[in-house]
Ligand binder design. Structure first.
Ligand code: PGA
Length: 252
C-alpha cells in the first residue's frame, strides 16, 4: 500500500448528536487514542452541521479530523437551509461526504448533482468522500459492478485526485441493516473500482476506497484486511466512542 493510501476510518453521525454528546465523545476518543505513536490510521468524524465547529475546536491539535455530511454545489447565495463547502471549511472541516445513499434517496440527488458537490468540495479545499453503492434489487439482478462503475463515472469530477477524493463503497442494503456482503463480494467491487480509477486518473492507484455498511467492532478487522479496502465509513457504530475506537484499533 502506498503512503498516500493511509487507511481512513470515518464516522458519519447522520442526524444525531448534541453539543454535550460531542464534547463527551471527543474527550473519550482523545483518551482512547492516548499519546505514544498516535493512531495507525487517519480518523475522521462527520457530525451534523450544527456541531462541526465545536467538534473541530475539540479536535484541534489532536489526530482527529472533522468533516461535513453534505454540501451545496454553490459557494453561497439564496439557498435556504443549505450549506456551502466553504462554510464547512470555515467551521474547521477538512472533508465532506457527498452522494450518501440517504441523500440520493431522500433528496433525489443524481450522479451529476453529486459530481457538482464534489467539485464544490475541491473548490473549497476539502477532500470529498464520494459514496456509491447498489440497491438490493440491483445486486439480485447481477448488475452491481455495472451500477457502481456508472456511479463512479458520473459522480467523480475530472479534477479528482488521490489527494482530494476518497471513494466510499456502501451497498444500500447493508447500511444500518447488520448485513454485509461477503469478503469476496467486497473484494470484487473494490477491485473493480480500483480498475476504473486507475484507467481514468493518472494517480488512480492512490485513491482510498472505503467500505461502509454495518461496519462494527466485531467485523472491522476482517473487513479492513480485504485487498483494496483502505478504510471504513461507519454510521451507527460511530455514535459511541468505545465502538468507534474499537474499529479504529482494528486497523492492520
Ligand atoms: P451504518 O451506516 O454503519 O450504520 O450501516 C453506514 C453509512 O451509512 O455510512
Amino acid at each position: 500500500m502506498s503512503q498516500a493510501r493511509r487507511r481512513l476510518i470515518a464516522g458519519n453521525w447522520k442526524m444525531n448528536g448534541t453539543g454535550e454528546s460531542t464534547a463527551a465523545f471527543m474527550a473519550a476518543l482523545h483518551r482512547a487514542i492516548g499519546g505514544g505513536d498516535g493512531p495507525r490510521c487517519e480518523i475522521l468524524l462527520c457530525p451534523p452541521a450544527t456541531l462541526i465547529a465545536a467538534a473541530a475546536d475539540a479536535a484541534a491539535g489532536g489526530s482527529v479530523v472533522i468533516g461535513g455530511q453534505d454540501c451545496h454545489h454553490a459557494a453561497g447565495g439564496a439557498k435556504t437551509g443549505d450549506l456551502a463547502a466553504e462554510m464547512i471549511a470555515d467551521a474547521g472541516g477538512g472533508y465532506v461526504i457527498v452522494g450518501h445513499s440517504e441523500r440520493r434517496a431522500d433528496h433525489g440527488e443524481s450522479d451529476a448533482v453529486v459530481r457538482a458537490k464534489a467539485e464544490a468540495a475541491h473548490r473549497a479545499g476539502l477532500i470529498a468522500i464520494v459514496c456509491v453503492g447498489e440497491s438490493a434489487a440491483e445486486r439480485d439482478a447481477g448488475s452491481t459492478l455495472e451500477v457502481i462503475a456508472g456511479q463512479i463515472a458520473g459522480s467523480i469530477p475530472d479534477g479528482g485526485t488521490a489527494l482530494n477524493t476518497v471513494v466510499a463503497y456502501e451497498p444500500v442494503w447493508a447500511i444500518g441493516s447488520g448485513r454485509t456482503p461477503t469478503t469476496a463480494e467486497i473484494a470484487a467491487v473494490h477491485n473493480h473500482i480500483r480498475g476504473g480509477l486507475a484507467g481514468r486518473f493518472a494517480d488512480g492507484d492512490g485513491f482510498r476506497i472505503l467500505y461502509g455498511g454495518s461496519v462494527k467492532p466485531a467485523n472491522a478487522a476482517e473487513l479492513l484486511a480485504i485487498a483494496d479496502v483502505d478504510g471504513a465509513l461507519v454510521g451507527g457504530a460511530s455514535l459511541a466512542a468505545e465502538d468507534f475506537f474499537a474499529i479504529i484499533d482494528s486497523c492492520p
